[in-house]
Design a protein around this ligand. Sequence first.
Ligand SMILES: Cc1cc2nc3c(=O)[nH]c(=O)nc-3n(C[C@H](O)[C@H](O)[C@H](O)COP(=O)(O)OP(=O)(O)OC[C@H]3O[C@@H](n4cnc5c(N)ncnc54)[C@H](O)[C@@H]3O)c2cc1C
Length: 395
Amino acid sequence: MNRRSFLSGVAAVGLTGCARQLKTARARGPLTPLAPYDAVPKLMPVRAEVDRIFRVTVCLRPFRASGPRLDVERVGDKTVIHNYGHGGSGWSLSWGSSSIAVEKAMQVGERDVAVIGCGALGLTSATLLLRAGAKVTIYAKERPPEVRSARATGTWSPDSRVALTNSVTPDFPALWENMCRRSFHTYESYLGMAGNPVEWTDRYTLSDNSPAEDLASSRREDPLGFAHYQDRVADLTPRNLDLPPGSHPFPTRYAQRTSSLMFNIAAYSRQLVNDFLVEGGKIERVEFHAPTELSQLAQKVVINATGYGARALWKDESVVPVRGQIAWLIPQPEVNYGVNYKGVYIMARRDGIVVQQGLSDMVGYNDANETPDRAAAESSVQLAAQLFGQMGKAG
Ligand SMILES: Cc1cc2nc3c(=O)[nH]c(=O)nc-3n(C[C@H](O)[C@H](O)[C@H](O)COP(=O)(O)OP(=O)(O)OC[C@H]3O[C@@H](n4cnc5c(N)ncnc54)[C@H](O)[C@@H]3O)c2cc1C
């Protein structure tokens, strides 16, 4: 998730797209009381206390300016289909991106296929290969919960740090939309399952600045020009709705609400692994040090889903690390919403309340340090404490 995604409901003010402007006009029109059936429900505050932090994790987004790598390469007698470099959108785009990789793999005509990697992209590639009738083995150095994917926020964020506008090919926006829609529709099939691997939750964007001021500031903080394509799929999720003062419990001048998909990654990745194993897939723990080592594999077709690991394994320096840190608060079953406030994103998952600092796209760019910063984690929780301490006192 990035701040621009949160602001997407207002991003079209004065910008392109007729439909978008209509949608925005509805979202930004005069504040009228919410219909009774649409009222903000009673929201329990997050207990944002530093001593409720039970872990601090760091993950590196595998960012490529030109977008994810999905081409086919010959290595010795192997056909390798790449499926890596999804930035801050790997979970969101996983099913769609992996569908493309699997179609390319199945076209080779071999029915025994290897997948390298057991993160979001490896697991979805492997599952789709099984469904397409292949025999599949995953080879990976780590599997969940050790993989970097397990340290993600867990929200629908399909255009978060996925590419730079000026570095993509002209067909990339349409490809992105294709991946995005295919993923979204696959996620629908994980709703309502035991353990809630995937669910819809409400999100609130809170600010003392107007949405237009926040949008202008997010643009100033983006010298590289990260690509944002949410307008292309605005029909998938509800619009951002301005909440009139007094209709919500937050102490900020402005509040907006939308709803989005949340991935409870502990339950969801366990479900993916279990489904894969139950359907006959195999997982082997292997580390590769160079592409030539693929010659040891029995399979002739390989999907390479090594994420940030591709930078070292394939010597692909187009993969840039974008560091992100999360402070995890003890879960509260009574809290089931997310909040974006002063650059801190708080989202209540079943497996912990995520407190993530730095929604601006540039935060963590080209920083490969994976050591947790406890002081920064505490400061983001203290900022959350200011918000929740004031909840219910003003609007
Ligand atoms: C803080 C943070 C928050 C995020 N939040 C979200 C979010 O809310 N929504 C979203 O959609 N995305 C989010 N992302 C992005 C998402 O986490 C990544 O895009 C995604 O995890 C990438 O998945 P992957 O499968 O490509 O890589 P990984 O999860 O890193 O998996 C790579 C796999 O390859 C294996 N591997 C690597 N190298 C080798 C090797 N040499 N030999 C053998 N095996 C190897 C690894 O062991 C692992 O199994 C977030 C990222 C960060 C950092």
